[in-house]
Design a protein around this ligand. Structure first.
Ligand SMILES: [Zn+2]
Length: 159
């Protein structure tokens, strides 16, 4: 109660760079802190000062790794793709694979840089997943080649 009766600004829901404030976090020392979610999916706790000054505009880890999260695959930062995160609103449980009831087929697709590419329709679920996986790997490599500018990541040549 006490904490909330104090006059303090509420940043919940506000966006700072790649961070969206989710809720107040326990103070860090004397500073007010906020639990934030980065566009890459990580959560981090940041003080008001650092948020408002722009000193902290992401979880820090995605930037560190050279992944700017400016490009999304299916609305997902590649980092999340790496973590094999499956979006909950997907019926098949696999991103980019949808059941086409009218055709009785599984359709695979992938979205890259805002454009959806259809990978084909498949009678077998496994085939659709496989097609999607291959496309993911291709785009993933492309993405890292373009955006993976953390110097040391240059070692991996084309397949
Ligand atoms: Zn991040």
């Amino acid at each position: 109660m006490e904490a909330y009766s104090r006059k303090k600004l509420n940043l919940t829901g506000q966006r700072f760079g790649r961070l969206t404030v989710i809720e107040p976090a326990p103070n860090m020392g004397k500073r007010t802190a906020w639990r934030c979610r980065c566009d890459c999916g990580r959560e981090t706790v940041v003080t008001t000062g650092r948020l408002r000054s722009g000193k902290t505009a992401s979880c820090g880890q995605c930037v560190e790794r050279g992944l700017s999260c400016l490009t999304y695959i299916d609305g997902t930062c590649v980092e999340m793709l790496e973590a094999k995160t499956v979006r909950r609103n997907n019926t098949s449980g696999v991103p980019g694979v949808d059941w086409r009831a009218s055709k009785g087929m599984w359709r695979a697709s992938i979205c890259f840089k805002g454009r959806r590419q259809y990978l084909g329709s498949f009678a077998r679920f496994e085939d659709a997943v496989e097609a999607r996986k291959r496309a993911e790997e291709n785009l993933h490599d492309q993405f890292l080649a373009e955006f993976g500018r953390n110097g040391s990541g240059k070692g991996k040549g084309p397949a």
